[in-house]
Design a protein around this ligand. Sequence first.
Ligand code: NAD
Ligand code: MG
Length: 298
Amino acid sequence: MADQYTMQDPTTQYPKAGPEYQQQQPEPGLQKDMTPVPDSGETSYRGTGRLTGRKAVVTGADSGIGRAAAIAYAREGADVVLSYLPEEEADAQEVVKLIEEAGRKAVTVPGDLKDEQYCVQLIETAVKELGGIDILANVAGKQQFVPEIADLTTEQFDHTFKTNVYSLFWLCKAAIKHMKPGSSIINTSSIQAYNPSPILLDYATTKSAINTFSKALAQQVAEKGIRVNVVAPGPIWTPLQVVGGQPEEALKDFGSQTPLARPGQPVEMAPAYVFLASQESSYVSGETLNANGGTPTP
Ligand code: NAD
Ligand code: MG
């Protein structure tokens, strides 16, 4: 069975999109109902003890990139607290099973990240159930395309900012006071931070805010021995894309404009989240690791 250490051609490692990628679900969507089902590393990620004994919180851990990070963290030896929306329980339970099969503890804390109280409670639960917090991977996000500013509601603008930006502020604030030197925060930006699509006005703006927030916070907490970094994915095949993240007709060409000419799979993001969480990246902070199929970035 191939894993992330098997040498192969990255242009053909996963398929290009096609007409079968055109599908829609209501927000937030379920990974298990997608065709094809994304690869979050369920059978393709192999751990080598890089995070032995760590205590991690992962948001958006039920599906897509967050699920890939959660599976990888567990296989690298970490216990994991999973945040996701209550509607995503079915996806989350699959991840719980995989974490337990890796011999690690999984704690589920479903709730809404737009709520500050929930964010505080998520961190407090992690500290109580795992005995601390060494890794905070903020992966959850909201993306809804709207072609014209006239049709972008204040409610959507507010929800996108609350989910993508305010939750980072609340979670980092709550977590940092519990973090020991050596701890790591990993936030999730996007190629949209530098190459914004006109139809993603609110979303793209939050992603650029996440990069700047992370660079400022990284300097602020460096003296505490806490590092803050960012992963900036390109087009990755996840539920986000089939719940209104893109026009349905665009999905057949999803990822085709990247130099590697195909969409990425969530598991291909996992090594970036592992590297930035582990001591291997001890001299890396305030950095953005772009994993986007080869598109140049500033
Ligand atoms: P996904 O749909 O699998 O994950 C997003 C998760 O966010 C959901 O599973 C859900 O649990 C969580 N979420 C959304 N709103 C929430 C709320 N109010 N409260 C609690 N949880 C909430 O999709 P994904 O693509 O894996 O997204 C993960 C991250 O990757 C997001 O930050 C997204 O912006 C970013 N990203 C994705 C792509 C891509 O092409 N898929 C590209 C760049 C960046
Ligand atoms: Mg989900």
